[in-house]
Write a protein that binds this ligand. Sequence first.
Ligand SMILES: Cc1cc2nc3c(=O)[nH]c(=O)nc-3n(C[C@H](O)[C@H](O)[C@H](O)COP(=O)(O)OP(=O)(O)OC[C@H]3O[C@@H](n4cnc5c(N)ncnc54)[C@H](O)[C@@H]3O)c2cc1C
Length: 518
Amino acid sequence: MIKTLSIAVLPSVAADEPGLLRIIAEEAGVKKNAVTGYHIIKRSIDARGRQPKVILQLQVFINEKVQDLPPFDPELQDVRHAKPVVVVGAGPAGIFAALRLISLGLKPIILERGKDVRSRRRDLAAINKEGVVNPESNYCFGEGGAGTYSDGKLYTRSTKRGNVRRILQLFVHFGAEPSILYDAHPHIGTNKLPQIITAMREQIIACGGEVLFEHKLTDILLNGDQITRVNTSAGTTIACDKLILATGHSARDIFELLHEKGIEVESKPFALGVRIEHPQALIDQSQYHCTVRDPFLPPASYSVVAQEYGRGVFSFCMCPGGIIAPAATNPGEVVVNGWSPSKRNNPYANSGTVVAVDEADYAKYGFKGPLAGMYYQQMVERQAFETGGGRLVAPAQRMGDFVGGKLSQTLPDCSYLPGIHSAAIKDVLPEEVARALKQAVVDFGKKMKGYFTNEAVLVATESRTSSPVRIPRDKDTLEHTQIKGLYPCAEGAGYAGGIVSAAIDGERCVEALVNSLT
Ligand SMILES: Cc1cc2nc3c(=O)[nH]c(=O)nc-3n(C[C@H](O)[C@H](O)[C@H](O)COP(=O)(O)OP(=O)(O)OC[C@H]3O[C@@H](n4cnc5c(N)ncnc54)[C@H](O)[C@@H]3O)c2cc1C
């Protein structure tokens, strides 16, 4: 017999195979040795009660041979001689687009401005140790895009737009832990992503695709409204009648190029603010109602949201046991983001905490037109750089001091490697953003015990939450509304936010492109 069970067990029991089997048998109403095996369908943590529990949905085999889960077929084939399609950007969208092109019988040619993951590592070291940003190779640009040295949280809300399970299965196929298939909040970790991305690239090349590093797209050439060729920074011109543009939200030169060429782009709202870092132990105490975290529980996370002065304020990309990363793409700007290793074993918990901004905000600072949000974003990042004093040192303030309007006399230890400098965060952020943020941290403290504390530090500025620009496309064909053969894709074009949704959009663009060929 095969039975589906949902059980709630202590974290220590969930980690102890014989103990878990005993409970499964009890719940199934059979003797322990009648349980021949089980598959976990879903695993989550319920921390609402005083004693956190692990919730497991299981497929249990009773007196029956355990059936393997159906094998996953990535549908790869030789596309050496197939029709080529140019994919610009080797982020999650570009890589998953390339894999989908292969599975549908087309040859991907990926153009990537940055370097392969291994060479990219040296440029990240220069950012962290010397505060020097290479505008072509950094935390956002290079193989794997912003996804490679990201946190690798794979939770997404975009389940209606595409096949999330297929994306997760591809990650597992290329080396991720199978637990991402059943964890409610799957996470890979920065230390594991580079090998997975490398395996994906090697497979693309083995199937006959091409991956050209240090090939920045510099121009798009048209015949009327049809795309015909692209120029690259390597001095090459590549003929193409179909192009997937997956350059991410930090490729400001691409937004400028399109605008200058009269290819329509639109201003869009986004959100900006700070990273807030707490001691992880404090978040554990608050979320798990304990003094010391049960060693069988993962470091706790949180998610907070408020409406302040008519604006949404929310936590974003929370990294338990994480590090605040310097994610600028140009010299003279400070941008922060966050990541954590697979074990999430750093003593800090950080989270982007951001305020919604829109065209009215951009206009207040004199920015108008389709690129207004991008220039507003850049203005704040430059202000953060100036206030930090250079070398990517970030302005920072204790939470209580920020709300009380005092400069912090001392700052707590912080995971941000280029260093932090005591400053008034209200002078870095636009006034309306600082005002909403101030009220929000007070309100979050009322909802979450321990959150509002002077042990927490605000680090500016978290500004690359989503793209400030949209590249419009037809909702059915996914082609640009004016240009034939151009497929604006994923986060940079305004259609995704995060690794999985970017990967899904990469696949969707390919499927639409293939439909146009039939
Ligand atoms: C530190 C950090 C942590 C993050 N943590 C998470 C997380 O835990 N979970 C999550 O879901 N998301 C996370 N994100 C966000 C996530 O990485 C992005 O949402 C995702 O990578 C977007 O995918 P994309 O393919 O659309 O764009 P990108 O990943 O931005 O990729 C775009 C690619 O295009 C290339 N490119 C740009 N311009 C050109 C050009 N002119 N020519 C050629 N190539 C070009 C870039 O070099 C880059 O490789 C994190 C991001 C950062 C920086």
